[in-house]
Design a binder for this molecule. Structure first.
Ligand code: SF4
Length: 209
């Protein structure tokens, strides 16, 4: 069966998941979007309370800042045919002493390998925050999030590690001006390039070679 048919089935399975229901204060509500044609993959952390309430990924101040970093508007951002939004934990994990809890570990173990395998058209993957970087980069990540983001060129043209765009990280943005000066212009270029779909005639030629 083709990935275009397998992915909707997997998304239906994920949306019915209750694997860690007992640990979720507001209960399961997986929030993600993806399509077999998605070209930009944004691997985030976990929904906050506002996103849990709306059921729309990145529907908060963090999402607004993220879209401005990427140079794309909400119409493009929420078009699953172009952008896949896949947090490390699909459901709101509740709050701890210093902000939201980490993404539930059950999620990646259950779903992410299968899900990523069904996104064959992804040209660029953005790793937003520590949990996504830990999962995707493994031992290639640096000792700190700042170190990993500062080393963004090392991860090649298809991956960019980013800090979380949460308003809580305002201090980080202020103390690391190189992020806005160096990383964001390159990020916008890569995002724009990733969105360009080759004309059908070129795609056919590529398939034949
Ligand atoms: S957080 Fe992930 S594993 Fe837990 S119920 Fe939601 S979808 Fe399932």
């Amino acid at each position: 069966m083709s990935t275009a048919r397998l992915l909707p089935r997997l998304l239906t399975e994920i949306r019915a998941c209750r694997a860690c229901a007992d640990a979720l204060p507001l209960g399961p509500r997986p929030v993600l979007q993806a399509s077999a044609s998605s070209r930009l993959l944004i691997v985030g952390q976990a929904p906050g309370a506002k996103v849990h309430a709306s059921g729309i990924a990145w529907d908060d101040a963090s999402g607004k800042r993220l879209r401005s970093w990427l140079g794309i508007d909400a119409d493009v951002f929420y078009d699953a045919a172009r952008v896949a939004l896949v947090p490390m934990g699909f459901c709101y994990p509740g709050r701890g002493g210093s902000g939201d809890n980490p993404p539930r570990p059950e999620c990646a173990a259950l779903w992410h390998t299968r899900l990523f395998a069904l996104l064959p058209n992804v040209q660029l993957t953005l790793l937003v925050g520590l949990y996504a970087q830990r999962y995707v980069l493994g031992e290639r990540r640096k000792a700190t999030l700042t170190g990993t983001v500062a080393a963004w060129r090392e991860y090649g043209p298809a991956i960019v590690p980013l800090p979380h765009p949460s308003p809580r990280n305002q201090g980080w943005f202020k103390h690391h001006p190189w992020f806005e000066q160096d990383v964001l212009p390159a990020l916008r270029e890569r995002v724009a390039a990733a969105m360009v779909v080759a004309p059908a005639s070129i795609q056919k030629r590529r398939l034949r070679t």
